[in-house]
Design a protein around this ligand. Sequence first.
Ligand code: NA7
Length: 535
Amino acid sequence: ASRRQPPEEVDVLVVGAGFSGLYALYRLRELGRTAHVVEAADDVGGVWYWNRYPGARCDIESIEYCYSFSEEVVQEWNWSERYAAQPEILRYINFVADKFDLRSGITFNTRVTAAAFDEDSDTWTVETDRGDRVTARHLVMASGQLSVAQLPNIPGLHDFAGEFYHTGNWPHEEVDFSGRRVGVIGTGSSGIQVSPQIAKQAAELFVFQRTPHFAMPARNAPLDPEFLADLKSRYAEYREEARNSSGGTHRYQGPKSALEVSEDELVETLERYWEKGGPDILAAYRDVLRDRDANERVADFVRDKIRGLVRDPEVAERLVPQGYPFGTKRLILEIGYYDMFNRDNVHLVDTLSAPIDRITRTGVRTREREYELDALVLATGFDALTGALFKIDIRGVGGVSLREKWAAGPRTYLGLSTAGFPNLFFIAGPGSPSALSNMLVSIEQHVEWVTDHIAYLFKNGLVRSEAVPEKEDAWVEHVNEVADETLYPVANSWYLGANVPGKPRVFMLYVGGFHRYRKICDEVAADGYEGFALS
Ligand code: NA7
């Protein structure tokens, strides 16, 4: 197909055609601005375009993980399951793109490589790998939090002669593992989703586990049409409830401390969460993510449940997470993961006790032995939050690069903007609640705030908006403060870049709650964009 040339000049250039970029394009058009999107893939979808591995599924309920800006979309779309699988989410994104003719504003198969701010004209000059050059007043980065696949730093990775996949960059053709000996490295959300699917086909599956992660049963199920019809009759109200909550969903926050209840009461309560499935157990008590002892009581309950799911007690024990608080690495929802270890063709390889020495031409060699493999699947995660931004040479005032400015960790004002880089805005940027809330609620809020801001600037004849350094410092401090009130910074998670060697260890998300964040952003806007220097 022929490539659509991007315009030479535009009010707003948007990078990325996932949930964020698509809504940004829709909204900028609505506000009467010229806008254009540049996307690396050959179609819309973002993470849901790339993460096509078998078993890929969202861990937020479908009725919450969707757009709410269009009542028509709400009424016309029907989710089929409690937790939507990747193909259904991608169909949904395509449905929205078609409905609003969004593809007409997108250049596909094109990567933004550089963006430089010109102080004379107060515009961004954006370059792509296809030789395009676009001048834009504003630049909106909708390039994703988990969009740069991270390869593990294991020697010999490229020596492997068999089939080789990363979950975050899965081929479009169906992969058939029948009769194969397959290795999966990584037991985060992706590894725990893909492994049971591979186990059904493969002759042998070896799961290479470094750190056991906690996983709750998803209890996925078809959605009842009557329930959906009722929800649609009051969806705006339902969504507003989510916006007024900490996590951007309908999670009930238990008021009690896990330390003040009897063992019987605790078990009875946690059993209910276990039966219901999903991640809401994190809110069963007010101190689960705040107090180590409270956390340990809940962790122990889950550990026992895991033991109960796996027949071989030795394997079970190796699957039981120890040494970091429950929920501080993202709590995973599993469908058949623990049960999979009851199959004869599935083997757990504990690489904590016997680390992987290297990948060889024929497989994986640990300190103990060599595993011969026909296929290797890397479920080793992403260079989260800053990865996609750093792939582009972004230069602000005085030619300073974003990579330099953020060398010791990302610094933003409200997660939306960074000092020294006028007219540059992040959707789901570092310092925003984003992945610690329902992403879709966050994305809509970010897009609405940023596009309203841009509309305000145009309306008032303003050509430049830049975060004030002191306000940025205060925001970074606030983000750190609220994180330090929780147990999150204790674990080695992608939330603080711990999965990428050499990445500064900085907690990159705002855990103060979506509702609180939204209020702060609204107040900033109501105060004439306090903390932004406008000219
Ligand atoms: P995650 O959650 O970052 O998990 C990556 C997994 O890969 C995790 O088990 C890591 O072990 C493991 N890993 C990473 N590097 C290595 C090396 N070098 N050697 C061995 N094992 C390694 O990524 P996911 O894709 O599963 O999920 C990302 C998010 O997507 C998820 O949280 C949801 O929000 C959706 P570790 O735990 O670091 O010991």
